[in-house]
Design a protein around this ligand. Structure first.
Ligand code: ZN
Length: 189
C-alpha cells in the first residue's frame, strides 16, 4: 500500500527518530508498505519519517546505481535501529535528490566510508563497513532518521537560491506524480 510521503517543511522530518523493538505494532506490514511506496515513487531509499513515523527504520534498494558500482545491484536491505559509529575518508560530491524534496537535485559533500551498526527485519544485528555509492545512499537515509535533509547540507548561499522552490514545496505548490503530506495545506483549504 502506498503511504503519502511527508514533504519538506513537515515537522516529522526534523525529529531525531527513536529506536524500536521487535514488538513494534504491525512492523512487517509497515516495511512492506515502505517498499511499495519507495518503488512507486521511484526512490532508491526511504526512511520512516518520510511516511510520518519517527522511528529508526530505513529501506534501501541501490540497484539503480548498478552501472556506477556493481555492488549496488545486490544491495537491498532493511535497516532497523541504524547507528553510524564512524565516518572516514575524503569528502566527495554526489548529486542527490529526495522524495520529500521533489524536483530539487544538488551536489552534496559527504565522507566516503562509514561503519554502521543496525538490525535487519528479523532483528539480527550487524556491524558493517561501506564505501562509495552504497555508503552514500545509507548516509542520505541515515540523515532522515537524524532529522536532517540533504538541502541542509548545502552551502548557505545555495540554500538562499533554493528558498523560493523550497517554500513552494512547504505550501504544496508543486506537481508531483505521487501523493504527499504537506504541513500547511490543511490550514489553508
Ligand atoms: Zn531523502
Amino acid at each position: 500500500m502506498f503511504l503519502p510521503i511527508t514533504a519538506y517543511g513537515h515537522p516529522v522530518l526534523k525529529k531525531v527518530a527513536a529506536d524500536i523493538t521487535s514488538d513494534y505494532p504491525e512492523l512487517q506490514k509497515l516495511i512492506a508498505d515502505m517498499w511499495d511506496t519507495m518503488y512507486t515513487a521511484g526512490g532508491v531509499g526511504l526512511a520512516a519519517p518520510q511516511v510520518d513515523r519517527s522511528i529508526r527504520l530505513i529501506v534501501i534498494d541501490a540497484a539503480p546505481y548498478a552501472e556506477e558500482d556493481s555492488r549496488a545491484a545486490a544491495f537491498k536491505k532493511v535497516l532497523i535501529n541504524a547507528h553510524i559509529v564512524e565516518q572516514s575518508g575524503e569528502e566527495w560530491l554526489f548529486n542527490e535528490g529526495c522524495l520529500s524534496v521533489p524536483d530539487i537535485r544538488e551536489d552534496v559533500a559527504r565522507k566516503s566510508k562509514i561503519r554502521i551498526q543496525y538490525q535487519d527485519e528479523k532483528f539480527n544485528s550487524y556491524d558493517e563497513e561501506y564505501d562509495g555509492i552504497i555508503a552514500r545512499v545509507i548516509q542520505h537515509e541515515y540523515d532522515h532518521i537524524e532529522g536532517i535533509l540533504f538541502v541542509e547540507r548545502l552551502h548557505p548561499l545555495k540554500k538562499v537560491m533554493l528558498k523560493r522552490r523550497l517554500t513552494d514545496i512547504v505550501k504544496g505548490n508543486i506537481k508531483i506524480p505521487y501523493k504527499m503530506k504537506f504541513v500547511s495545506v490543511n490550514k489553508k483549504r
